[in-house]
Design a protein around this ligand. Structure first.
Ligand code: FES
Length: 198
């Protein structure tokens, strides 16, 4: 047997079910061993055999995999203006807005789709810009907090936030406002009970 391949079912740590062996120290050591054990002991996954091909035929060449790090040209229509940028395909819409196009009104909170600070409108629908890739929105109309006001005239939701002192710390206010604007749009697009009945 290849000594570099772990035998099936092998366990690099001592038996955790033997109460005589289990201590807090051994549990922690066992967890660390599980994480790095295969690396330290040289264990590797068994090699995947090549796909069979007919005798005399050249073996199929592996498909080129596009690099997630190679920048590509991307055009984004944001607040009615087209922005050209060279972005790696893995760049999120949030990072494209903030880091590449310097539209910093959209905020990064959790970066995991949980807080909503990064909410923008894409074709009128609210989305978490930290959970979507910029390259996916090349034909869309993107609206950020910077695009809601018309010059000095605030969007009614922005004005309402000021009038009713709706801020908390203010960090996620742009996301809250974009979300509210999207919600109102969604509500006006929803068929009423009468129209749904025909
Ligand atoms: S940054 Fe929190 S949901 Fe996107």
């Amino acid at each position: 047997m290849d000594p570099a391949v772990c035998p099936p079912g092998s366990d690099p740590v001592s038996d955790p079910h033997d109460p005589s062996q289990v201590t807090r120290r051994s549990v922690l050591a066992g967890a660390a061993g599980l994480a790095v054990g295969p690396l330290l002991s040289g264990c590797t996954a068994p090699p995947i055999p090549p796909a069979p091909h007919a005798e005399g035929e050249a073996p199929p060449r592996p498909m080129p995999v596009p690099s997630a790090r190679a920048a590509v040209k991307v055009n984004l229509r944001i607040n009615g203006q087209t922005h050209a940028a060279e972005l790696e395909p893995r760049v999120t819409l949030l990072d494209a807005l903030r880091e590449h196009l310097h539209l910093t009104g959209t905020k990064k909170g959790c970066d995991h789709g949980q807080c909503g600070a990064c909410t923008v409108l894409v074709d009128g629908r609210r989305i978490n810009s930290c959970l979507t890739l910029a390259i996916m929105h090349q034909n869309a109309d993107i609206t950020t907090i910077e695009g809601l006001a018309h010059g000095d005239q605030l969007h009614p939701v922005q004005a309402a936030f000021i009038e009713h002192d709706a801020f908390q710390c203010g960090y996620c206010t742009p996301g809250q406002i974009c979300s509210a604007v999207g919600l109102i749009h969604e509500d006006t697009r929803r068929p009423t009970t009468t129209s749904a009945k025909g």
